[in-house]
Design a protein around this ligand. Sequence first.
Ligand code: NDP
Length: 252
Amino acid sequence: MFDLSGKVALVTGGNGGIGLGMAKGLAQAGAQVVVAARNASKSAAAVEALRALGSDSFALEADVTNEAQVERLFAALGERCGRLDILVNNAGTTVRKTVDQLSLAEWNQVMDTNLTSAFLCCKAAFPHMKKSGGGKIINIGSMMSIFGAPYAPAYGASKGGIVQLTRAIATSWAADGIQVNAVLPGWIQTELTDGARAQVAGLNERVIARTAAGRWGQPQDLAGIAVFLASGASDFITGTAIPVDGGYSIAA
Ligand code: NDP
């Protein structure tokens, strides 16, 4: 049921953090995993790790905020693999500022990286998935898709948008055999959160206290949901937003 042999997966931002955690799960389930990101040396290390798990993995360099680069990315993937079955829209960033401190350029950078990139990649993936007879799209949201936080105006707006984009596309492409779901991670230890953990007094302890599991998440905690949503086991699930947060979102 969870076998992904013969499937091709593209993971944006798959060269580190949550993206690599998901990529490793997909590789272990048998998928050929293609990593798309900007930093070539980080991508090379990620590909090595995925190859060690038995995946015929490779990397394609792309800034997923740039439409021309996204088009080139999917053309190159089509040429090299001949199909696309799984797309994980994971590339993301944040700017830790309140709305009065945030510039328009910073707002745009966060929206472009977290939301517009997913729109562009879904559009570019559609003809490939149609050709393959269906597909699975996994969009990475956040707890900030549902909660508000003073230091995340653009981040929260982009992640709320991810949930609505997921629902819209799920209704559009269900008839083409494409399921589209969002994953909402809780606090996961990655480069993205390392800065905040170091800078914000008490954050580390607050996260542990509120998370029912009593710990920060690790990138590998997202591997299982990636495999589930990428596999035939989730064929009747579309348009959902699934928290993977150790119970953070159910705390009073
Ligand atoms: P990281 O900073 O560790 O990884 C971000 C990834 O995105 C990197 O691989 C980076 O690669 C890639 N990326 C960023 N901008 C671009 C771009 N323009 N084009 C292509 N790739 C890009 O963050 P996380 O692993 O923590 O985050 C991954 C996703 O999970 C994000 O969407 C984030 O919002 C979300 N998330 C994270 C949480 C957490 O607690 N860590 C909680 C909830 C959601 P490169 O720089 O090489 O391009």
